[in-house]
Design a protein around this ligand. Structure first.
Ligand code: F6P
Ligand code: MN
Length: 355
């Protein structure tokens, strides 16, 4: 036990003193919800919560008992304090209205209560992602109040339920990691001011979608795979956990690039990940740690949302690699890169030598 460490509560109270002290109180409730979820998830198969329900969420995905229970945990822990104008979640079609018996505030809490939930059955790290916005005044939020670009977020964070439970948070003054001390029940500041290395030799993408990607992403991945023998002149490693929180956490700890790009698998879906409660909070955390987060064509946090559950292409992580992928998009869009034209028998040609 270490007495000297900063607890999450102390950190949050100090960082939000003054104008956003109410948000500080809200963040302490979010941390309480996260501890409840951590305890639930940590029981594994012993909890009796594993498995699917009959229902589907707004994305048409089969809901798991844990999706619904963790959503409830977030709502119950955060609804009562008088800081919120409303909440929205991946697991609810419409925003949640604060019950009449509680006072209203001006903050909006948007979350994915259990990201990567299909991984919980196989005991792989999962997480909770959250974002905080505000409206002009206290009162019930309208649907339109939620549709703000990510650069208006006041705070963002995630909890990762891995071998250790951690909460990684930004209130706009850097990105900071707290580890749950299971004996005392406190989150302790263990990773102050996290910085993502600008360069990396590690990429993460679901390559089973390769044939559906746009040419600039195909080009980037092709070059990584070519390693020392290709234009990059260096070998790359690939990782894919299929749990965004675990993926982003790895990148915050040691660098890397994560991509869930636009693809043409289902033209109705411009990417897989959701803007408001997956991409935007992760983009803010990564940017506050010196990394970058892009759709390939603009900063994620500059995307003007049109719908609460909209999807967005995500390319985030080490700055120089994200900028390279952006450049490839630009070269492709402006016609400067013509993958299949010249030279005829190169790696980028239609007539690749099968040998
Ligand atoms: O919620 C989306 C998510 O579970 C992310 O956590 C993860 O990065 C992605 O989906 C995995 O996608 P796929 O099933 O294509 O590997
Ligand atoms: Mn999710």
């Amino acid at each position: 036990m270490q007495f000297g460490r900063t607890t999450l509560s102390k950190f949050v109270i100090e960082q939000t003193r003054g104008q956003h002290s109410e948000m500080g109180a809200l963040l302490i409730d979010v941390a309480a919800a996260v501890k409840t979820i951590s305890a639930m998830v940590g029981k594994g198969a012993l909890s009796g919560f594993s498995g699917a329900l009959e229902s589907t969420n707004v994305q048409g995905e089969v809901q798991k008992k844990l999706d619904v229970l963790t959503n409830e945990a977030m709502l119950r822990h955060c609804e009562w304090g008088g800081q919120l104008a409303g909440m929205a979640s991946e697991e609810m079609d419409e925003p949640y209205r604060i019950p009449e018996k509680y006072p209203r505030g001006r903050y909006l809490l948007i979350f994915d209560p259990l990201d990567g939930s299909s991984n919980s059955d196989v005991n792989v790290s999962v997480g909770t992602i959250f974002s905080i916005l505000q409206r002009d005044e206290a009162g019930d939020a309208e649907a339109a109040d939620y549709l703000q670009p990510g650069h208006r977020q006041l705070a963002a964070g995630y909890a990762i339920y891995g071998p250790a439970t951690m909460l990684v948070l930004t209130v706009g003054t850097g990105t900071h990691g707290f580890t749950l001390d299971r004996e005392s029940g406190n989150f302790q500041l263990t990773h102050p001011d996290i910085k993502v290395p600008e360069d990396t030799r590690e990429f993460a993408i679901n390559t089973s979608n390769e044939r559906f990607w746009e040419p600039p992403v195909q080009r980037y991945v092709e070059e990584c795979k070519a390693g020392k023998t290709g234009v990059r002149g260096a070998d790359f490693n690939m990782r894919w956990i299929a749990s965004m929180v675990a993926e982003v956490h790895r990148i915050l700890m040691r660098g890397g690039i994560f991509m869930y790009p636009k693809d043409n698998k289902d033209p109705a879906k411009p990417g897989r990940l959701r803007l408001m409660y997956e991409a935007n909070p992760m983009a803010m955390l990564i940017a506050q740690a010196g990394g970058a987060a892009s759709t390939g064509r603009q900063r994620i946090v500059d995307v003007a949302p049109e719908a609460l559950h909209q999807r967005v292409p995500v390319i985030l992580g080490s700055k120089n690699e994200v900028e390279r992928v952006e450049r490839y998009h630009h070269e492709y869009d402006t016609g400067a890169d013509r993958p299949f034209v010249s030279p005829l028998f190169s790696d980028r040609s239609l007539f690749r030598d099968p040998a």
